[in-house]
Design a protein around this ligand. Structure first.
Ligand code: ATP
Ligand code: MG
Length: 429
């Protein structure tokens, strides 16, 4: 039976391992192979005079990144990674890698991001890159676990839709037989309909599609959104779930991903403490203006102002009480001062991670807000009907998985946090 390389120790005697040839060093009478699997790296030491003809024949076949398997006795040695080496009794080449490689997996030759993404299957073999996806997997598990434990039902809503959620300019139109259809920008309208359907609390982790105008380091055209919606709740309730689920995910990574954090060179992994500080939109634009990026009521935050405010806050924080004009039609205004609404953004010092709000559950108000935004009410029939026949007050948010991972791990480009990113210039691989 093959064992993971991490479990190879001198105490086990004979071991059978398989993996990729990370490096090969030929010192004449002695060859060293570094063999890599998902769990680590093992030195395979081949004293040419002492091994079989078969092993020597296989050795001739080997190139870097070839897939091999071997069996042999494990010995302690100070000089090898992990303090042990394996001397093979059998050695088989399962798949020979062609030369030269399009990308150096051992990272001695640096590559730019485009070359890395063009050859992503090789790039992902790098332990440092793989670690990002081990952590991403852990984060999504932790978030699901937390929401499950707090009464949320996991749902899947359609990605092929007939109406825009977040505004018309960022829509991807679709050839859908004889109808007009789009890729969904957000599960927003569907998770709200599920509140009318009596689900009480739902969460969804799924793809969202946005035809973003510009190529930036924090926008993708296909992202993974973590969405929740909860009934009989206001924006404060939704904010509380959000800060707690994020802190839980950080704690889970700290407790369960030591190897992956080490592979990424992260030594001091800080779990944010809850509650996150709250500032109002008015306070936020004042900080931005003081910091040299002037904003007036009604402006959206620029990335420069997000940076200025983030530096001042120094931790994750919420911005509350947004101008109604800056938020989508489904947001609930404060009824006594309708120019401001019950929306919030959850911010990392570097950028926005999540937007949420208490939603408007009042049919007539919702219709007038759709009209105010210049949208066609008829197109929203399917969405509006549930509001006529019993809709509880509700609130929720959407949290970008890639931005969460990017800020958690200090990645410079959001593309690093996606296996196969989609941007303005890239639809392949
Ligand atoms: P921004 O203003 O930063 O472009 P947004 O306000 O348009 O983001 P929302 O509609 O509020 O985005 O979506 C909720 C969350 O989904 C965002 O806070 C972000 O984490 C994530 N998200 C939205 N669009 C993208 C995208 N194009 N790429 C990656 N993540 C995204
Ligand atoms: Mg937003």
């Amino acid at each position: 039976m093959r064992i993971p390389i991490k479990e190879v120790t001198p105490e086990i005697g004979t071991a059978h391992v398989a993996g990729w040839v990370h490096e090969e060093r030929d010192l004449g009478g002695l060859t060293f192979l570094l063999v890599r699997d998902r769990t680590g790296i093992l030195q395979v030491t081949i004293p040419k005079k002492k091994v079989s003809e078969e092993v020597l024949a296989a050795l001739k076949e080997i190139s870097r990144e070839s897939v091999i398997e071997c069996t042999g006795v494990v010995k302690a040695t100070e000089k090898a990674p992990g303090g042990r080496e394996l001397v093979p009794e059998t050695l088989t080449v399962l798949s020979r890698a062609a030369t030269p490689l399009p990308l150096d997996v051992s990272e001695k030759v640096p590559a730019d991001l485009d070359t890395r993404l063009d050859n992503r299957y090789l790039d992902l073999r790098k332990p440092r890159v793989n670690a990002i996806f081990q952590i991403r997997s852990a984060v999504l598990r932790a978030i699901s676990e937390y929401l499950w434990d707090h009464g949320f039902t996991q749902t899947q809503t359609p990605k092929i839709v007939a109406a825009a959620t977040e505004g018309g300019t960022e829509l991807f139109p679709l050839a859908y037989f004889d109808k007009e259809a789009f890729l969904n920008q957000s599960p927003q309208l569907y998770k709200q309909m599920l509140m009318s359907a009596g689900f009480d609390r739902v969460f969804e982790i799924g793809a969202i599609f946005r035809a973003e105008e510009h190529n930036t380091v924090r926008h993708l055209n296909e992202a993974t959104s973590i969405d929740i919606e909860m009934s009989f709740a206001d924006q404060e309730d939704a904010m509380s779930v959000l800060e707690n689920v994020v802190a839980y995910a950080y704690q889970y990574v700290k407790d369960n991903c030591a190897d992956a954090l080490a592979a990424l060179g992260i030594e001091d992994f800080q779990v944010p403490s809850v509650p996150f500080p709250r500032i109002t939109y008015e306070e936020a634009i004042a900080i931005s203006t003081e910091g040299g990026e002037p904003l007036v009521f009604g402006d959206d935050l620029s990335s420069a102002s997000e940076r200025i405010i983030g530096e001042k806050m120094g931790t994750m924080y919420f911005i509350t009480e947004w101008p109604s004009s800056t938020r989508p039609f489904y947001t609930m205004p404060f009824l006594d001062r309708p120019e401001v609404c019950r929306a919030f953004d959850m911010m990392h010092p570097r950028m926005e991670l999540s937007s949420g709000a208490q939603r408007c559950h009042i049919y007539d108000l919702l219709v007038s807000q759709i009209k105010e935004k210049g949208l066609n009410v008829d197109a929203f029939d399917f969405y509006l009907n549930p509001f006529k026949y019993g809709m509880p007050p509700h609130a929720g948010w959407g949290l970008g998985t890639e931005r969460l991972i990017m800020t958690m791990l200090g990645l410079q480009n959001i593309r690093e946090g996606v296996l196969f990113p989609r941007d303005r210039h890239r639809v392949s691989p």
